[in-house]
Design a protein around this ligand. Structure first.
Ligand code: FES
Ligand code: FES
Length: 155
């Protein structure tokens, strides 16, 4: 198979690299670029631990090909400082101890980022809907929803 050169922005930095047509975005981020916040969970689109933002929208990087990132603006939790809501959410989750093992954290925070960028006045219902695809085995979701709601209210 013929390799493709792709160019994209990752957490505010320009990246250029050659990828195979069937390279998976999650593997490329973790294995070649040292971006470890997107986690390998189910590896089939069910758990949300591999979530990244691509052009402001959440994408399951285990289901995306690296070539799809060509020309895109990618954000992972390592780039929290590049997004207002990501940074605020991260601080609030920390303050409230809203996670336990933290495995789901990067995906949840990026899903919440997408929500608050679109709708800073998100309701509890909106929040629950936005994180419905991010599975958490530890918390029962209540502290997560509360942390997102408090972030939205600027508390
Ligand atoms: S690892 Fe991608 S959705 Fe579970
Ligand atoms: S805090 Fe452990 S999976 Fe969510």
């Amino acid at each position: 198979m013929k390799a493709h050169r792709i160019n994209f922005t990752l957490n505010g930095e320009k990246v250029s690299l050659e990828v195979e047509p069937n390279d998976v975005l999650l593997d490329t981020l973790r294995g070649r670029l040292g971006i470890k916040s997107p986690k390998v969970g189910c590896d089939r689109g069910d758990c949300g631990t591999c979530t990244v933002l691509m052009n402001g929208r959440t994408v399951r990087s285990c289901l995306a090909l690296a070539v799809e990132a060509d020309g895109a603006d990618l954000v992972t939790l390592e780039g929290a400082g590049t997004r207002k809501w990501t940074k605020r959410l991260q601080a609030k989750f920390h303050e409230k101890n809203a996670f336990q093992c933290g495995f789901c954290a990067p995906g949840v925070i990026l899903s919440a980022t997408e929500l608050l960028e679109k709708n800073p006045k998100a309701s509890q219902h909106d929040i629950k809907e936005a994180i419905a695809g991010n599975l958490c085995r530890c918390t029962g979701y209540e502290p997560i929803v509360e942390a997102i709601a408090e972030t939205a209210k600027g508390k």
